[in-house]
Write a protein that binds this ligand. Structure first.
Ligand code: ATP
Length: 489
């Protein structure tokens, strides 16, 4: 989608949000009650797209010899989150603007400052230590670590007022709840903020039950919850979301090799499912989390700017050692060949299913100017909105139309729909001009439209119209399933 075709990028986000509601991809949570901030519901088409993304990930990551699947519970023993460091570290500093009441996560505030204001802050930071690298990343990290000395220099990006920020406060992002009827601290449990810990605490169980040898991985798809300070940009940052995570356990001596391997695999996975390579980039972290030796993000260019969709981390033996320490149970590996006993290192690939959904949706969204021939011989232009999903991610794989509702064309079309529906989601539509039916399917990304017309009655063929090229091919109606299968693989 070029900027020429879509003048304004925030306009594109708005169009995607509106299309999502209109076509049943995404609804606001509890909309009839005014909505619940940071939570969304996946509608009839959205749930298909989300399932297809998760399915594509699951097949890629677990249909291999060295990776096993897992589905751990959301609620876990509270000590898990002490061991992981989430109780102590999983907090973000935040500030409020006293004038307009906007609340900002400090790192996000730094990113949102005007270029002029950011320059003033950077100059001030460099006065304290001129040996610092003045790269955007290291300046942001420095500011996030201790924002208070610089708050008086800031201009609120929302209201434009100066010297209006409160001191930074820390805020733990984990949601708390209670097991049983008593709401006291001994009954506190957390909604998991990541799926990874469910994998670490099951390392021994999976290793022994599956008889895997290093290197091997454990993969899981599941809900995670974070009480985010700012939820904005639609599905990008929500309070309830789904993750697709895989933890790959290795001999520490091989960590660089496996880190590179998974970084490449994961980057290519997005391209395999239709992401425009020009909209993907890697961002190597300079500042690392307390558990990490190396970290790289796969970023996608959303209409509002670049944002992380997946992180690949070398988490060393931090998590397994911490769980050994906190639980008193050894989590180790014994190599029969070298007779070595050690705690494996972990390479983690951590993607958001919901955030990937949004990225695939933005990547697919396109508007195309088309010349339309009018019945009076004149021509005019119209805009075709298309979601160019990879066929295997598309919510509906095929739409079937009788050209007109006579001569038994509906019955043939209904039979084709019923046959195809045994394998995937199909939409039957017999109302309105066929051109309009095509447009409705383009808008929800259906890759193939099959039309039964008068020729079908005599030669058993139908037309298959391709969503992207709009080219129509005639094929025998008995070959529709194999035709679509060949395009899906
Ligand atoms: P961010 O810096 O954006 O908060 P993070 O670095 O904390 O993200 P990770 O903890 O590495 O993110 O989580 C892994 C993946 O989970 C992210 O790449 C993203 O796709 C997804 N994710 C994390 N937080 C959210 C959220 N609030 N809403 C939707 N997806 C999320």
């Amino acid at each position: 989608m070029s900027d020429k075709k879509n003048s304004n990028k925030s306009d594109v986000t708005e169009k995607i949000v509106s299309l999502s509601k209109r076509r049943g991809l995404i609804f606001q949570s509890s909309e009839i009650y005014g909505g619940l901030n940071g939570c969304y519901d996946y509608g009839p088409l959205g749930v298909e797209l989300l399932r297809n993304i998760k399915e594509a990930w699951w097949k890629e990551m677990t249909y291999r010899e060295d990776v096993e699947g897992l589905d751990a519970s959301i609620l876990m023993h509270p000590r898990v989150w002490e061991a992981s460091g989430h109780v102590e570290h999983f907090s973000d500093p935040m500030v409020d603007c006293k004038s307009c009441k906007s609340r900002y996560r400090v790192d996000v505030l730094f990113e949102t400052l005007s270029a002029k204001n950011k320059k003033v802050v950077i100059e001030e930071i460099l006065k304290t230590d001129s040996s610092l690298s003045d790269s955007e990343d290291s300046m942001k990290d420095f500011f996030t670590n201790d924002p208070n000395p610089y708050l008086s220099l800031l201009v609120c990006p929302n209201c434009g007022n100066k010297e209006t920020f409160t001191e930074a406060r820390s805020f733990n992002l984990m949601f708390k709840t209670f097991i049983g009827p008593l709401e006291d601290s001994s009954n506190t449990v957390f909604l998991r903020p990541e799926t990874a810990q469910g994998i670490y605490v099951n390392f021994n169980n999976v290793k022994e039950s599956s008889r895997q040898k290093l290197p091997f991985g454990i993969a899981q798809v599941g809900k995670a919850f974070r009480n985010e300070i700012n939820t904005k940009n639609f599905l990008f940052r929500t309070r309830e979301f789904e993750q697709m995570e895989m933890q790959y356990f290795i001999n520490p001596a091989d960590d660089d090799k496996w880190f590179e391997y998974w970084r490449e695999q994961r980057f290519n996975w997005f391209i395999k499912y239709g992401m425009d390579p020009a909209k993907l980039k890697l961002h190597v972290h300079e500042k690392l989390a307390h558990y990490a030796k190396a970290a790289v993000d796969i970023e996608f260019e959303f209409p509002f700017g670049w944002g992380e969709i997946e992180g690949i981390h070398n988490r060393t033996d931090f998590d397994l050692k911490r769980h050994t320490e906190f639980s008193g149970k050894k989590i180790e590996y014994f190599d029969d060949q070298t007779k070595e006993r050690f705690t494996p290192y972990v390479i983690e690939t951590s993607a958001g299913a919901s955030r990937s959904f949004f990225a695939f949706l933005c990547n697919a969204y396109d508007e195309e100017e088309m010349v339309k021939e009018n019945s009076d011989g004149t021509s005019s232009t119209e805009t075709r909105t298309v979601l160019r999903f990879h066929p295997s991610l598309a919510p509906i794989k095929a739409a079937v139309f009788p050209l007109v509702n006579r001569d038994g064309m509906q019955d043939i079309a209904q039979n084709i729909s019923a046959e195809l529906r045994k394998n995937f989601k199909v939409f039957y539509d017999d109302s309105g001009a066929v051109g309009r039916r095509y447009r409705r399917q383009d808008e929800c990304g259906t890759p193939f439209c099959i039309t039964v017309d008068s020729d079908t009655l005599t030669d058993n063929t139908v037309t298959v119209r391709d969503r992207d090229s709009m080219v129509q091919e005639r094929i025998n109606k008995d070959n529709i399933q194999s035709y679509i299968n060949s395009k899906l693989s």
